[in-house]
Write a protein that binds this ligand. Structure first.
Ligand code: TXA
Ligand code: MG
Length: 493
């Protein structure tokens, strides 16, 4: 409970970035009472310094994180770093017992904003885990939208997060405008680069042969590699197939929207160019709200491969897409970083038994607990409709050669070698290192994989080395990408 007293600060016409207090808990090194032993992670300091030139920064004191650091303690650290910041609690006179006030972050923001006349479209919330949420009454010239009122985007690092905020004033309003423009481009046969939860896609109307041809040209992709068609609802999918086996339906119910692609016999609505002449079509319903809304607004199924040049590392930010494909699409929708980070699992229902053609965001165990035993990998009998060209041994490659190794001993003193490390390492390296997940979490490693590969690839090194992850869960899909990026499934001893 807070009183209705207006605060001293004037937030009128200001954009406000609210900060979850937990960010500081996660990013303060050695939070000792001795000021010489405490420091804020450099990335956070630089992010907040950039933001404070353009936005008012307000730390949210909600009931849950309030007691973690006192306002005075945090304020003194931030002041040492030259950051001026307000606290929601300081700005308001608290009434009632704080211990029975269970107000959530969103409630506190709402109250603070109402008191200080900050409309939803001028509010951002920066959360722990490199996430930014924003809020609005979404509408554009009366267009109805299914976008949720609160959208949350994820980022790979603080620098990406800040750049995104600075480049996206009034994000919900402008994103809807971009989505409407994108939908029109799809309808007119153009190309739209858009985020999904797995990787960014390069999309075109799947029912328009000329539009789909442009995808192959833009990516320099050979025509023998078929595309995945993205839908926003089940009925749209039913128009694209001639049968839907019970087990496929069960998977759809369980995992859509999400990173699972299902291969089924195609209907005549799908042009041959989409499926590279195969009588089957690969379909998925992505869970990213921007992707879903783009498909819904365009009223077309959207054919989209990953938005990279054929054979190279897939993009997990809009910047990655621009780096490889600038000028090759009509519009790009920037939805921050992809949360899954590697491509969808592709499962075929053409043979006797369902068969996973490409491991991905949903692992085999989860699939089997839904529909029972499935096969994994390439067909032994040459039933060509069940092979996936994406299973070619070389794919997802960096320009710098990548080698899979069993240990890093030979590489610790090499300045010209970049190291991709899964968890923390006992080694000290003189060359550059990217840690995929300091806590050795395979899902986090998947999310950061392509970003880390691209970063090392940009350093003009002579070699990248990596150790495979434990072969379980999404680690199997990560290993699959690493082995393909290395161009050979063999491990260097
Ligand atoms: O997560 C994803 O799946 C991303 C996002 C953009 O949705 N898309 C993606 O598309 O990874 P792409 O084109 O990079 O990979 C599609 C894979 C390829 O391995 C392709 O061979 C396989 O799906 N595929 C497509 N149609 C197929 C079909 N009819 N039969 C067998 N495999 C098929
Ligand atoms: Mg691809």
């Amino acid at each position: 409970m807070v009183s209705q007293n207006k605060t001293n600060k004037n937030y009128e016409n200001r954009f406000v970035v609210f900060l979850e207090k937990k960010i500081f808990m996660d990013e303060i090194y050695n939070p000792s009472i001795l000021s010489s032993q405490r420091s804020l992670c450099e990335d956070v300091v630089s992010a907040l310094s950039k933001l404070q030139n353009h936005f008012s920064l307000v730390i949210v004191n909600d009931a849950i994180t309030e007691d973690v650091f006192s306002d005075e303690y945090l304020n003194s650290i931030l002041m040492e770093c030259g950051i001026e910041i307000s606290f929601t609690s300081k700005e308001m006179v608290s009434i009632g017992d704080p211990f029975i006030d269970h107000s959530s972050i969103l409630e506190v923001i709402e109250q603070f904003s109402q008191i200080n006349s900050i409309p939803p479209e001028r509010r951002y919330l920066m959360q722990s885990g490199l996430k930014v949420s924003f809020f609005s009454e979404l509408s554009h010239h009366g267009t109805e939208t299914f976008l949720p009122k609160t959208l949350t985007f994820s980022f790979h690092n603080y620098s990406d997060l800040v750049s995104w905020i600075l480049l996206h004033p009034k994000p919900s309003h402008n994103l809807l405008k971009t989505l409407l423009a994108g939908a029109k481009i799809i309808q007119e046969g153009g190309l739209v680069a858009f985020p999904t939860e797995t990787v960014y896609g390069l999309g075109a109307d799947a029912t328009n042969q000329c539009a789909v041809e442009k995808i192959f040209t833009a990516k320099k992709r050979p025509l023998y590699d078929p595309l995945i068609v993205h839908v926003s609802n089940r009925d749209q999918m039913l128009l694209l197939v001639t049968e839907l086996p019970k087990k496929a339906e069960m998977l759809i119910t369980q995992f859509w929207p999400g990173p699972l692609t299902i291969v089924l016999p195609k209907s005549s609505l799908v042009p041959e160019i989409v499926t590279s002449g195969y009588p089957s079509v690969a379909i998925r319903m992505p869970s990213n709200p921007l992707a879903l809304e783009l498909i819904r607004l365009s009223q077309k199924p959207i054919a989209a491969p990953s938005a990279n040049r054929f054979g190279y590392t897939s993009p997990t930010t809009a910047k990655h897409v621009v780096e490889q494909l600038e000028g090759e699409y009509d519009v790009i929708i920037d939805g921050g970083g992809c949360v899954v980070g590697i491509e969808s699992t592709v499962i075929s229902f053409l043979g006797e038994m369902p068969r996973i053609l490409r491991p991905g965001g949903i692992d085999q165990k989860a699939i089997e607990s839904c529909i029972g035993k499935v096969l994994l990998g390439q067909q032994e009998t040459n039933e060509d409709t069940s092979t996936s060209p994406g299973m070619l041994p070389s794919h997802y490659a960096t320009s710098t050669p990548l080698q899979i190794v069993e240990d890093f001993n030979d590489y610790t003193t090499r300045r010209d070698v970049g190291v991709l490390c899964f968890g923390k390492s006992e080694h000290v390296f003189v060359g550059p290192v990217e840690y995929l997940s300091p806590s050795a979490n395979p899902a986090e490693a998947a999310k950061r994989l392509y970003q880390a590969m691209r970063k090392l690839d940009s350093l003009s090194l002579s070699l990248l080395v990596v150790k495979l992850l434990p072969e379980t869960g999404i680690g199997i899909a990560v290993n699959n990408r690493l082995m393909k990026a290395a161009g050979s499934p063999s491990v260097v001893q």
